[in-house]
Design a protein around this ligand. Structure first.
Ligand SMILES: Nc1ncnc2c1ncn2[C@@H]1O[C@H](COP(=O)(O)OP(=O)(O)OP(=O)(O)O)[C@@H](O)[C@H]1O
Ligand SMILES: O=c1[nH]c(=O)c2[nH+]cn([C@@H]3O[C@H](COP(=O)(O)O)[C@@H](O)[C@H]3O)c2[nH]1
Ligand SMILES: NC(=O)CC[C@H](N)C(=O)O
Ligand SMILES: [Mg+2]
Length: 512
């Protein structure tokens, strides 16, 4: 199998690089920037890509890869920080620019070359830039390939040694011809064959899981969402009944959810399924808690406690499998390099420091749409494949303020109405998520000539491809009207509904 190694210096886009490469049918793996040379040789990549980074190569503690990767006789592509680091290591110069270059820019390709093969020489090329530093002197052996207004070196290459660098980000959608550049790197420069698909991921991951687990047993945290369902089925295929799927009813689920999940995994896809009722435990620990990060940490800790207890009952369990995806990881902790923290997703940043069970996260490098393809290949039912994402901390992070049984009951009723109306209008599958949030403020209303003073429900409906960025859905007014009317009429305690019209970024999808 042809493989590409991506060394991660902490860019928010590293996984997008991996994704672009996989989309082109080549297997890729991300490793931390300081991945040992021996391991790199063992992995035997056809090419190496160096990612961007929030750091500056000019800083004292700037992350640096083993310089010897440039002696392996393997093509290297440096992106942004990667280009700058390559420049320094190979003897060129980088300086802090006067202006930061952030956002859309155009570059001019100066001469025909393998990296930009078949891209127009005479027209400016639209790219996306995000940097403050810039290359001011090429390392020996390199040729200047492109320039932009702010970057004298927008791209460079050493055709003989097959080292290439771009100052812009070909991995983001805002560089429209980015995919073409990756295609050139993979197939012209690295001479890869496109021999990879989600089907081959299955063939690759099942034996790998079998080997990883050995004679041990595994508990698999199963939420009924598409991610963990895929993990549970993969594990079941890999090791059969040595995998125990644990579904925790944390009291923060939606109306009827626990029952539905039970049905699917005992009747439709029978697995070694355990239903654990911990509703009282979670609510007890959330009493009086208002801070969103604290809620997330408490829930994360309780989940682990429960999995540990269940594992003890089963005996000889040494692993915990989870349906963690890439966006869960990138926003909570740095992936395999140094990135910034946004919020602690319960299954990643919310994990306790000391984890007695070793984690297995086979989908950690994938995006939701890739997982859905996998789910189809595995023959999972459509209800699971198409299910909208639902966060592990559940309704707790959709009740702003303290989580109480009474507030949960209000939110459940409102949420049920939202989902019913979205399904009825055939809109459920067309959006990323649609849900209600209970706000802690009260406002004045008038119902049947009486003054009311009650709570507000916010409606959040977003479109997204991968959860990393999102936009609010332009729902038809009549649907908004129906949802609003029904919630105010049917849910006691609510006299006002508002629609959230914020995109991500700068907001996030969930409110906490
Ligand atoms: N109620 C639960 N019981 C057991 N495990 C859970 C529960 N909720 C979440 N988890 C674990 O946390 C992981 C992350 O949850 P997350 O909601 O991101 O994924 P998912 O539930 O598998 O899929 P989806 O994003 O489609 O809801 C899950 O994959 C699962 O391993
Ligand atoms: O399993 C999860 N555990 C969590 O702690 C968590 N927080 C957010 N989400 C889901 O992730 C996506 C992005 O959400 P945000 O824009 O709110 O960060 C959205 O789809 C959210 O529903 C979570 N999923
Ligand atoms: N996106 C990047 O890789 C930026 C690299 C470096 N921090 C700069 O500002 O130039
Ligand atoms: Mg979920």
């Amino acid at each position: 199998m042809n493989k590409i190694l991506i060394l991660d210096f902490g860019s928010q886009y590293t996984q997008l690089i991996a994704r672009r490469v996989r989309e082109l049918g080549v297997y890729s793996e991300i490793q931390p920037y300081n991945y040992p040379l021996e391991k790199i040789k063992e992995f035997c990549p056809k090419g190496i890509i160096l990612s961007g980074s929030p750091s500056s190569v000019l800083a004292k503690e700037a992350p640096r890869c083993d310089d010897s990767i440039f002696s392996l006789n393997i093509p290297v592509l440096g992106i942004c920080y990667g280009l700058q680091l390559m420049t320094l290591i190979l003897g060129g110069k980088v300086e802090r620019g006067e202006k930061r270059e952030f956002g859309s820019a155009t570059i001019k390709i100066l001469k025909e070359n393998a990296l930009f093969w078949n891209l127009p020489l005479d027209k400016p090329l639209k790219v996306w830039m995000s940097h403050g530093d810039r290359v001011i002197q090429l390392p020996p052996g390199f040729k200047l390939l492109a320039t932009s207004e702010n970057s004298p070196v927008a791209a460079m290459g050493d055709e003989k040694r097959q080292f290439w660098g771009v100052q812009f980000h070909p991995e983001v959608v805002h560089t429209p011809r980015g995919k073409k550049i990756f295609r050139n790197f993979l197939f012209r420069i690295c001479q890869c064959k496109a021999d990879w698909s989600m089907g081959s991921f299955m063939e690759y991951i099942i034996p790998k899981l079998r080997e990883e687990v050995g004679k041990n047993k595994v508990v698999c945290a199963l939420s009924g969402g598409v991610d963990s369902s895929v993990v549970a089925v993969l594990l079941h295929r890999a090791i059969g009944d040595k995998a125990h799927a644990i579904f925790v009813d944390n009291g923060l689920l939606r109306t009827g959810e626990a029952q539905e999940v039970k049905e699917v995994f005992t009747k439709k896809i029978p697995l070694n399924f355990h239903y654990v009722d911990k509703t009282k435990l979670f609510l007890k620990h959330l009493k009086g808690v208002i801070d969103p990060e604290l809620k997330r940490k408490i829930i994360g800790n309780l989940f682990i406690d429960v999995f540990e207890q269940e594992a003890k009952k089963i005996k000889n369990v040494s692993f915990l499998a989870q349906g963690t995806l890439y966006p869960d990881v990138i926003e909570s902790v740095s992936f395999k390099g140094p990135a910034a923290i946004i919020k602690s997703h319960h299954n990643v940043g919310g994990l306790p420091e000391r984890m007695p069970l070793k984690l297995i996260e086979p989908l950690r490098e994938l995006f939701k749409d890739e997982v859905r393809i996998l789910a189809r290949e595995l023959g999972l039912p459509e209800v699971i494949i198409k299910r909208q994402p639902f966060p592990g901390p559940g309704l707790a992070i959709r009740i702003i303020g303290e989580v109480t049984p009474q507030r949960l009951s209000i939110l459940r009723k409102a949420d049920k109405i939202v989902l019913e109306e979205m399904r009825k209008a055939n809109l459920y599958d067309t959006v990323w998520q649609s849900f209600a949030i209970l706000l802690p403020i009260k406002t004045v209303g008038v119902m049947g000539d009486e003054r009311t003073y009650q709570h507000v429900i916010a409606l959040r409906v977003v479109e997204s491809v991968d959860g990393m960025t999102a936009d609010w859905a332009r729902l038809p007014y009549n649907i908004l009207e129906r949802i609003s009317n029904r919630i105010i009429n049917e849910v006691s305690g609510i006299n006002r509904v508002v629609y959230d019209i914020s995109s991500k970024p700068p907001s996030t999808i969930e409110w906490e």
